[in-house]
Design a protein around this ligand. Sequence first.
Ligand code: ADP
Ligand code: MG
Length: 655
Amino acid sequence: MKQFKTESKKLLDLMINSIYTNKEIFLRELVSNASDAIDKLSFQSLTNPELAPGADELAIRLSFDKDARTITVSDNGIGMGEQELDQNLGTIAHSGSEQFKAENAGSQPGDIDIIGQFGVGFYSAFMVAGRVRVVSRALGASSAFVWESDGVSGYSIEPASDEDCAAVGEHGTAVTLFLRPSDEDEDTDRFLSEWGLKELVRQYSNYVRHPVQMMVTKSRQKPRPEDAPEDYKPEYEDYEELETINSMTPIWKRRASEVEQKDYDEFYQSSFHDWVAPARTIGFHAEGALSYDALLFIPAQQPFDLYSKDFEKGLALYSSNVLIQEKCADLLPDYLSFVRGVVDSPDVTLNISRETLQQNSQLRAIARRVEKKVLSELKSMRDNDRDAFERFFENFGRVLKFGIYNSFGSKSDLADLLLFWSAREGRMLTLAEYAQGMPEGQDKIYYAAGESRERMEQVPAVRAALDHGFDVLLCTQDVDEFMLQALRSWHDEGTSGDSEGDGREPRDLELQNVSSADLDLASDEEKKEAERATADHRELFEALKSSLGEKVGSVRVAAGLGDAPASLAAEGPVSLEMERVMSQGPEADRAPKAQRVLQLNAAHPVFAKLVAAQEAGDEERLDLYASLLFDQALLVEGLQVDDPIAFARNVTRLM
Ligand code: ADP
Ligand code: MG
């Protein structure tokens, strides 16, 4: 018995048990080796035509024997001679494939996408097998050899018997794994089934460029006998058929002009388990220090778990046709978490396990490009296919908004992709469209945030703004106001450069909650009126404030309330709507409260009643009015009154 070279025992144990997180990748490794062997054969026969392989189709075969608990991966590739078996399989971390690439560098006809490079993949077989037996016959050799090992004590190499020779034909390799019994750690039984093997091939080796074939059992109807009786029932029989189980050509490597949209749709739907076709398909190829192909999709509908904590973003990452990571999160920014797709690069520097990359900078470079492409696709959708864009926004707008919020507003380029409901126009507008519709004299973008549009349309501040000819953007999503506050302002590029534009100069427009206490919509006349009322009735405001106590920060007169007797506003960073949203969140107890201000309409008959009650010294009545006005203002804002019973009692008392 020969000993493994290098400190192999320890090394082998180390590698078998700690390189890979997932034992099932053993099949990916063996199929990859078989594919490399076929590539090498093709290459050799191109350079040495006398070595041309037989007429057999070059393919990888899988088979299994449930009773013997074996799986065999065979190929009719270049094969290995006695020496190569010794060197390639007897030396851990010696890669015959890497050597092959180096020896033939520069002279490769076409692109030989050799997968192997580390010289460890083969040993992953020992993660599931107690014994591995390799029969191999090198191209042009007269006989085959058998390499065998238990992965612990060493390995043996012997001439193959006639039976073994038959298994590999003229050239090629057959690797047989004797699976260990299933235990708590690993269910190896699942690999001993047609279904189990097919799944693994589809998952990891679907795009390996050579056919991976397996004999599968199928069922068919027997032909109807000539003399079949009237009540003949069709009979069925099982038969075996060689099936190719991988799809080979990766759709993302085909030229876009040669692929029909329906093929992309089908690929998307089957790979990403969606039952509707994508809204957009984006394919591109990058060349340079790092070349890669990418095929991205913007789904047409929201995945049901998009907002659950189980949702995982990421693109599938392939290298040389082999799956590296199913969901590589680093390829997508959070605000594009809804994007699905594939990135494939032969140039990325793989970690030895082939499960991750060694270099994050490579991922970052790809991610930047992906981000740019998706954003420009979304912009073009916004400008050229508004209906589709509005549907997109309905599905994924909230993800973009969280992106702005979580970046503290630094992702302001995303703001150009936002849509808001316009109270004036009754449709969705971009911020640019809002700016375009701003009348002379308006220098801020006004929005309101609340539970429903209908309700916000009734809020006095919104009505006042509309009366002034100022449009108000009505926001109903929980994240809206947080995002707008993070954004603070929006840069209007203006249109003075365009020949057709209205000649707006570029400017920064502040985003302002229309209900904020410092909103300055009133006319000078109204303001003077309000100032006078404030000065004249200082005592009234003090009395109301002390009656309401902690509920409000202050009470004052406000102009521009229209026909409402009073309204609530907020001072400081937390608005009433934000308070409402946070009070429903997971940290409701610690959620900050808005600084409330009770605003009174001095022109309203109710104000006269307040003044009268205060002048008459009727404290009880003043208390009643104060609490009623406060509660009804809460209700108008969509907030809950603290004590509904007291509110009801107060209303009755008044009647
Ligand atoms: P890698 O594929 O990264 O080189 P492996 O441990 O998977 O490393 O394989 C080691 C070497 O064994 C390969 O480089 C190759 O030279 C040889 N080898 C493995 N499987 C086959 C096969 N089916 N046919 C021919 N050579 C093989
Ligand atoms: Mg390999």
